[in-house]
Design a binder for this molecule. Structure first.
Ligand code: NAP
Length: 276
C-alpha cells in the first residue's frame, strides 16, 4: 500500500520541493499551504492533494487532517515545515512580532502534532519530521527571537521523542544551515526592514552584515537538495535517530557547539561575532 505524507508550508521553498520529491517517489502527498492558489502546479499531480492549512488556525489544521484521512485512508508521516525567521536586533522587535514568531514556529507545530497524534496512535505508528535550523542549536546575533523559537522546537522534539517512542511513533529534527535559496531570505529581509534599531547598535550591525554577507557567498550550493533528501531519509529511517544536519555550511560552528567545551565555544564565537 502507498504511504502518505502530510506537509505544512508547501507554497514555496523546502516544503514545495519536499512535496514534489515525495510525489516523484510514489507517495500520496497532502500538500498544505495558507493560500491554495500557490499550489496549482502541485495539484496537477495524480497522487497530490492540495489543501488549506494555516498553522495559526486550528480549524484549518483539523479540517486538513480529516480530509487527508478521508481521501487516502491513513497518514504515515507528518512534516512540520511551515516557518519563518523573525530576525533583527531583539530590542527593536515588537511583542506582537515575537508572539507571531512563536505562534508559527512553535505553537502551530504543537497544534498540528496534537491534532495528528490520535490518528498515529490508532495505527500504532507514524513519523513526525520537524524542520528546525542551525539556529535551533546555536544562538546567532540578529537571530535571538528566531533561535528562541527553534530552540523551543528542539526542546519539544527531544522530550516528545521519548513519550512517542513508547507508543511506536518516531520524532525527527532536520537542522539546515543558512541555505536561504527559498522564500526565507525574502521574508526575513522584509521583517528586518520594518525595524528601527537604536543608533548605538549600528557599528555592530555593520560588522554582522559584512560577516553574514561573506557567509552567504560560502553557503552550500546544493543546500536545498540536501535538505529535501535529508527530510526523505528521516521519514524512511527506521531508527529513533533524532537529529539530521544535512548542510556543510554550519558544520564548523555546530561542531564547536557540540564537541568542545563551553569556554572554547565562546572564545570561537566571540572572535567570529564580536571580533575579540
Ligand atoms: P519559505 O520558502 O519562506 O517557506 C516557508 C513556508 O512556510 C511557506 O510555504 C509559508 O507560506 C509557510 N508559512 C509561513 N507561515 C505560515 C502559517 N502561519 N501557516 C502555514 N504555513 C505558513 O522558506 P523555507 O526556507 O522553505 O522554510 C521552511 C522551513 O525551513 C522553516 O521552518 C524555516 O525556519 C526552516 N529553515 C530555513 C532555512 C533557510 O535558510 N532557508 C534554514 C534553516 C531552517 P506562505 O507562502 O503562505 O507565507
Amino acid at each position: 500500500m502507498k504511504k502518505t505524507v502530510l506537509i505544512t508550508g508547501t507554497s514555496t521553498g523546502f516544503g514545495a520541493a519536499t512535496a514534489y520529491n515525495f510525489a516523484e517517489k510514489g507517495w500520496n502527498v497532502i500538500a498544505t499551504m495558507r493560500d491554495i492558489t500557490m499550489g496549482k502546479e502541485l495539484s496537477r499531480l495524480n497522487n497530490v492533494l492540495v489543501t488549506r492549512l494555516d498553522v495559526q488556525d486550528r480549524k484549518s489544521i483539523d479540517a486538513a487532517i480529516t480530509l487527508a484521512i478521508e481521501h487516502f485512508g491513513k497518514i504515515d508521516v507528518l512534516i512540520n515545515n511551515a516557518g519563518y525567521g523573525q530576525f533583527g536586533i531583539f530590542e527593536s522587535i515588537s511583542r506582537e512580532a515575537i508572539l507571531n514568531q512563536f505562534e508559527v514556529n512553535v505553537f502551530g507545530v504543537m497544534d498540528v502534532i496534537k491534532a495528528i497524534l490520535p490518528h498515529f496512535r490508532s495505527h500504532k505508528g507514524g513519523t513526525i519530521v520537524n524542520i528546525s535550523s542551525g539556529a535551533g542549536a546555536i544562538g546567532f546575533p540578529m537571530a535571538s527571537v528566531y533561535s528562541a523559537s527553534k530552540f523551543a522546537l528542539e526542546g519539544l522534539s527531544e522530550g516528545l521523542r521519548y513519550e512517542l517512542a513508547s507508543v511506536g511513533i518516531k520524532v525527527k529534527l532536520i537542522e539546515p544551515g543558512g541555505a536561504m535559496k527559498t522564500g526565507f531570505g525574502t521574508r526575513m529581509g522584509s521583517e528586518i526592514a520594518a525595524l528601527k534599531p537604536a543608533e548605538e547598535y549600528i557599528p555592530f550591525l555593520t560588522r554582522i552584515g559584512k560577516l553574514y554577507g561573506g557567509m552567504e557567498g560560502n553557503s552550500d550550493p546544493d543546500a536545498v537538495e540536501k535538505v529535501v533528501a535529508a527530510i526523505y531519509d528521516a521519514a524512511l529511517d527506521n531508527t529513533h535517530q533524532l537529529r539530521y544536519t544535512p548542510t556543510n555550511d554550519i558544520a564548523p560552528i555546530l561542531k564547536a557547539r557540540r564537541s568542545t567545551s563551553e569556554q572554547a565555544y565562546q572564545s570561537f564565537t566571540d572572535s567570529l561575532f564580536l571580533g575579540e
